[in-house]
Design a protein around this ligand. Structure first.
Ligand SMILES: NC(=O)c1ccc[n+]([C@@H]2O[C@H](COP(=O)([O-])OP(=O)(O)OC[C@H]3O[C@@H](n4cnc5c(N)ncnc54)[C@H](O)[C@@H]3O)[C@@H](O)[C@H]2O)c1
Length: 270
């Protein structure tokens, strides 16, 4: 399948690790010029180096996506060096409930209110900031693909991840609204909903990335919630996530907008 992505310019937030890193690598392999964003310079540099070494084109856009001015400056730099952004993948996001307060994963009522902003800032404002920064140029050029990574927590709710669930749900509603606003300008806006992903980040990634269902009882139990995952004997991989994103930013999905595509092994069927 020809995705017709060669020569396009993409910006991937949180591209320095996990799902974002794989999306960057796969876009670059399709001939896309990739601006790798991350708040951590070392992570950005490592992914850029990996892509360049493989013969692709990439540059680092180090900024905190919760800061609109910083995002605008980053996007201007990408435009000057690579050209205007055609593809935006809003990938950066975290589950900081696990890292807040005195206990590991507080319920909403146990959580200190001072942590709400942090979660909403990154998971929701970060998405709005990036879209605000790239949107005007997309409208002007009548071309754009926007995909935001969300979570089944935002579609069905996840106990002890209440604020994160709310922030991800907000992105889904917001994306549908702007899909209606931007569709007439030929801009596709979609979301990809993940569940537990097995990858290298010990905090964000599920810890069973190397486990095999035939030998690991815990993984077998977890997979009972993932019908096709049970059949395949594994959790969602970063490759599964990147496959969906590549399709949604390609010319093979021009008539798809305002949709939320679950890449979740069947965990939530909504
Ligand atoms: N890992 C999972 O199991 C899972 C499940 C459902 C949904 N998701 C979603 O998928 C996306 C990717 O998840 P992941 O597990 O690969 O994340 P990750 O935590 O492994 O990587 C996120 C990257 O974003 C960067 N980042 C953090 N704050 C930033 C900021 N303010 N500005 C710029 N960059 C910042 C981090 O440095 C990191 O490199 C997220 O939106 C996440 O909510 C993940």
């Amino acid at each position: 399948m020809n995705l017709e992505l060669s020569g396009k310019v993409a910006l991937v937030s949180g591209g320095g690790m996990g799902v974002g890193r794989e999306i960057c690598r796969r876009l670059a392999a399709e001939g896309v010029k990739v601006a790798v964003n991350d708040i951590l310079p070392d992570r950005c540099a490592a992914v850029v180096a990996e892509i360049v070494q493989a013969g692709g084109e990439a540059l680092a856009t180090v900024c905190d996506i919760t800061n609109l001015d910083a995002v605008r400056a980053g996007v201007a730099d990408v435009a000057a060096r690579f050209g205007p952004v055609d593809i935006l993948v809003n990938n950066a996001g975290v589950v900081p409930e696990r890292r807040t307060g005195e206990i590991g994963r507080p319920t909403f009522l146990e959580m200190e209110p001072r942590f709400w902003n942090k979660i909403v800032d990154l998971n929701y404002y970060g998405v709005m900031n990036c879209i605000a920064a790239v949107g005007p140029s997309m409208v002007e050029r009548r071309y754009g693909k926007i995909v935001s990574m969300v979570s089944d927590a935002g579609r069905v709710g996840e106990a002890r991840m209440a604020v994160y669930s709310g922030a991800k749900a907000a992105i889904i509603g917001f994306s549908k609204a702007i899909a209606k606003e931007m569709g007439p300008h030929r801009i596709n806006v979609n979301t990809v909903s993940l569940s537990a992903v097995a990858h290298e980040n010990p905090i964000a990634g599920f810890q069973k990335m190397n486990a095999k269902a035939d030998t690991d009882e815990t993984l077998r139990k977890v997979l009972r919630n993932y019908p096709i995952g049970e059949g395949l004997g594994r959790l969602t991989s970063v490759e599964d996530a990147a496959d969906a994103v590549l399709f949604l930013v390609s010319e093979r999905s021009v008539y798809i907008t305002g949709q939320c595509l679950g890449v979740n092994g069947g965990f939530a069927m909504v």
